[in-house]
Write a protein that binds this ligand. Structure first.
Ligand code: SF4
Length: 406
């Protein structure tokens, strides 16, 4: 009798996503459109409502990490005086600019990221973005605006919302000048509505992983989050997540997951190691360990968006993100995820160049282990700079951890 050959699990919608992301980058060739640069959890909806196309330097940083070109580019930035221990998105992106090397050339025929008409950052994630974006504002002789919300909040107070909403409003005349368009509240509401619908769908996509076997892993999610990062506020992002969600829900109905049998379910904390996504994903899969939850991918879930109240709701949504919360608030969020996703073990990635997104430094793993009896593991690495990552050592640590969990 002929043996049935099983096809490896693949998310079919990935083809559509590649096309959408490709068109997004190719669209940057159109120099007739006004271009804004924005941090990944910055006010993209407000910018889009003025007709700006939006470039996200962190997305470029991740691309430099994923293509493993970052490690060669970072020394260019350190020659300028940047420490090699600050954000490797920043140092890789600045290095790419100085060395005039980017994977955008090979893949999309672009000389580099598009020239900005306006640069906007939000320090809700870290102070590094301020230095990074101010550097380029100077280099490109471009207006720059920073939103500076209260940091490390327990809960977001009404005063904080008013404060941030006022900063959003202060951005309006600068956008009007740079875009040549008057502010239109209805356009802002409409962009926010699209963004809200896309982000709701993205949340549902991530939530399909609560089922066992899960139809999407953390590693898949880091790829499929592309449109919610760079295209939120557009119909394209909404349509994409409608398609992806349908595929994943169908797989759940049929009982198809990325692993046939899940020996254990793991939460990943912190940044991905972009240059090692595939071997990492394969390592866990080979050990039947399902990495199914993260706060990283949840960073683009904005429950609070409300088109009826666009300024205040955006202020709340962008201030209450995980990375901007107190240790106590983070602990509460993590406990919720452990329960919702039926997690048996947690891996904390201590990214050497991202202090803000490494949550193992103030005793969190031990506290959670003591309180919940959950197993935790801290691994050292980095988002882009592979000099901080030891593959052999980490593989052994992870394999031992999985054995322990199983
Ligand atoms: S959060 Fe971390 S990785 Fe992101 S820009 Fe800030 S320092 Fe860099």
């Amino acid at each position: 009798m002929e043996q049935e050959i099983k096809k490896p699990y693949k998310i079919q919608s990935a083809k559509i996503m590649k096309e959408i992301m490709g068109n997004y980058f190719l669209g940057m060739k159109d120099t007739t459109k006004k271009m804004a640069w924005c941090t990944s959890v910055g006010p993209a909806e407000l910018l889009r409502s003025f007709g700006f196309e939006v470039h996200f330097p962190e997305n470029h940083g991740a691309l430099l990490g994923a293509t493993r070109t970052a490690t060669d580019l970072i020394p260019e930035a350190t020659k300028l005086g940047y420490s090699s221990e600050i954000c490797s998105y920043l140092t890789a992106d600045v290095g790419s600019y100085l060395k005039k090397q980017t994977p955008l050339t090979e893949h999309y025929g672009l000389e580099g990221p598009p020239k900005p008409d306006l640069i906007v950052y939000n320090t809700n994630q870290c102070r590094e973005v301020q230095d990074w974006f101010e550097y380029f504002a100077k280099e490109k002789n471009c207006p720059v605006f920073g939103i500076e919300p209260p940091r490390y909040v327990d809960e977001v107070s009404n005063e904080a919302i008013e404060n941030v909403a006022a900063q959003f409003k202060a951005l309006i005349p600068i956008c009007e000048k740079a875009s040549g368009q008057k502010f239109d509240i209805d356009k802002f509401r409409e962009t926010l509505r699209l963004s809200k619908e896309a982000t709701d769908l993205w949340k549902k996509v991530l939530w399909t992983a609560r089922v066992s076997p899960s139809p999407i892993s953390f590693f898949d999610a880091t790829i499929h989050m592309g449109p919610i990062v760079v295209l939120r506020g557009t119909q394209m992002a909404k349509d994409y997540y409608t398609t992806l969600l349908k595929e994943l829900e169908d797989n759940v109905t049929k009982g198809i997951g990325f692993l046939e049998v899940e020996k254990c379910r793991i939460y990943w904390d912190g940044m991905p190691i972009w240059g090692k996504l595939r071997p990492m994903s394969e390592l866990f899969a080979a050990n039947n360990a399902a990495v199914v939850a993260s706060t990283y991918c949840n960073s683009w879930v904005f429950d609070a968006f409300d088109p009826k109240d666009p300024f205040e709701s955006s202020a709340l949504a962008y201030t209450e993100i995980f990375i901007n919360r107190s240790e106590r608030a983070k602990e509460k969020i993590l406990k919720g995820l452990i329960k919702d996703f039926n997690i048996g073990g947690m891996i904390f990635h201590e990214a050497k160049t991202c202090f803000s997104n490494s949550n193992s430094r103030f005793g969190m793993p031990l506290r959670l282990k003591n309180e919940l009896g959950i197993e935790t593991l801290v691994i050292e690495g980095d988002l882009c700079d592979l000099r901080f990552y030891s593959e052999g050592q980490t593989t052994t640590k992870i394999e031992t951890f999985i054995e322990q969990l199983s």
